[in-house]
Design a binder for this molecule. Sequence first.
Ligand SMILES: [Zn+2]
Length: 78
Amino acid sequence: MFRSKLTKVVALLVVLVMALGSTVHAATPEYIICLECETPCYVFEFEDGKIKEALCQVCGNDDPEAFVLPEEAEDISP
Ligand SMILES: [Zn+2]
């Protein structure tokens, strides 16, 4: 009896963690764009809606200020 109840609690927790995880994932962009060479970069850390750390593997740019999100880049490029 106790064991099956525990299983249900664990299952509920897993669902909760997955829901939280997908929320966090949705807020993080799939990639960011390097302003130096306009290349999409996948090596970055995203926190509180901002680029925290980034590294462009094409030109070596590692200044978070020199990267933009894809939606921001659309405004810049013609
Ligand atoms: Zn670059």
